[in-house]
Structures are given as structure tokens and as C-alpha cells.
Ligand binder design. Structure first.
Ligand SMILES: Cc1cc2nc3c(=O)[nH]c(=O)nc-3n(C[C@H](O)[C@H](O)[C@H](O)COP(=O)(O)OP(=O)(O)OC[C@H]3O[C@@H](n4cnc5c(N)ncnc54)[C@H](O)[C@@H]3O)c2cc1C
Length: 135
């Protein structure tokens, strides 16, 4: 169980509407697309930029709280199941397409951009996607 002082510190960083620790929120982020694998986080946090992420990571380090980064939770390897509790760090607010390099046929996006948006964006340029992901 994480202390209230830690929850307050995270709330100060991202704002009250971007921190959740209700039973329903913890349940919603206790699993991903992997079957039969579930474990609840203590806190679900949605930062808006790298500065906030940096502060969250620092606070988690100081309090020894584990972090599980989560895009859309579509992986099939339980990578976003918070097996040791802690913070699920949501990237849904980081949803910008940073660069489309038509010469090298690559696209650079923030981690919250969903696949359909990528497909639609490159199709406008007469291209199509074959996803090979690099974090
Ligand atoms: C039906 C299906 C088809 C698929 N087809 C393809 C395909 O054609 N090509 C392909 O490449 N993949 C494919 N995949 C795999 C798919 O791309 C993964 O589900 C994808 O990597 C998950 O992205 P996500 O953002 O939802 O990450 P999540 O599932 O949320 O996370 C995946 C892992 O990455 C970590 N992570 C997430 N974001 C970050 C971050 N910003 N920094 C550090 N770590 C992070 C998580 O902690 C977790 O360990 C397919 C999956 C499915 C279910």
C-alpha cells in the first residue's frame, strides 16, 4: 500500500483529474490483452508531457514505487500487468505524431498514438503501414 503523501505528490504534478485510485480504476488497469493474468495497481496516472513523467519517475524512485508504462495495453505478454502494484503510467495524453519521414519510410510518434491514427495519417500521403515497433 502506498502512503497518502505519495499520492498527494503525484497529484501535485499532474493535477487531480489525472490521478485515479478508485477500486474501479485499479480494476480497469489490472489486466491487458493477455489472457488469465491480472494484478491491481495502487495508482493510475496520466501525465501530459516528458517534464511531468520525469517528476513522476523521480518521486517513484524516492518512494521505491514500481512503474508500469502503458500505451493501450494491447500486448499479449502481460507487459502492462502491474504484478507488484505501484503506478500504471498511462500515455494516452501523449498522442502527437512527431515526424513522417517519407524518404526513409518511417514515422516517429508519441507513445499514446493509436495504430488507426497512424494508418489514416500515412494513407493521406499514399503510403501504408507495416508496424515494426521501437520504444
Ligand atoms: C492482434 C494483434 C496484432 C498485432 N500485430 C502486430 C504487428 O503487425 N506488428 C507489430 O509490430 N506488433 C503487432 N502486435 C503487437 C502490438 O503492436 C502490441 O500490442 C503493441 O506493442 C502494444 O502497444 P501498446 O502501446 O498498447 O503497449 P502496451 O501493451 O501498453 O505495452 C507494451 C509493453 O511496452 C511497455 N511500454 C508501453 N509504452 C511504453 C513507453 N512509452 N516506454 C517504455 N515502455 C513502454 C509496457 O510496459 C509493456 O511492457 C499485435 C498485437 C495484437 C494483439
Amino acid at each position: 500500500m502506498i502512503p497518502n503523501s505519495f499520492i498527494q505528490k503525484i497529484t501535485d504534478i499532474v493535477g487531480e483529474s489525472h490521478v485515479e485510485h478508485s477500486e474501479s480504476a485499479r480494476m480497469a488497469y489490472s489486466y491487458d490483452a493477455t489472457p488469465n493474468f491480472q494484478s491491481k495497481p495502487d495508482l493510475v496516472v496520466s501525465p501530459k508531457n516528458t517534464e511531468e513523467i520525469s517528476q513522476i519517475v523521480k518521486a517513484c524512485g524516492e518512494h521505491q514505487v514500481p512503474i508500469v508504462p502503458r500505451g493501450s495495453g494491447t500486448n499479449l505478454a502481460a507487459g502492462t500487468t502491474p504484478t507488484q502494484g505501484g503506478v500504471v503510467l498511462l500515455f494516452n495524453r501523449l498522442d502527437e505524431i512527431l515526424e513522417i519521414d517519407e524518404e526513409n519510410l518511417t514515422i516517429t510518434v508519441q507513445p499514446g498514438v493509436i495504430t488507426k491514427t497512424i494508418c489514416d495519417t500515412v494513407e493521406e500521403k499514399g503510403l501504408f503501414t507495416h508496424l515494426i515497433l521501437a520504444l
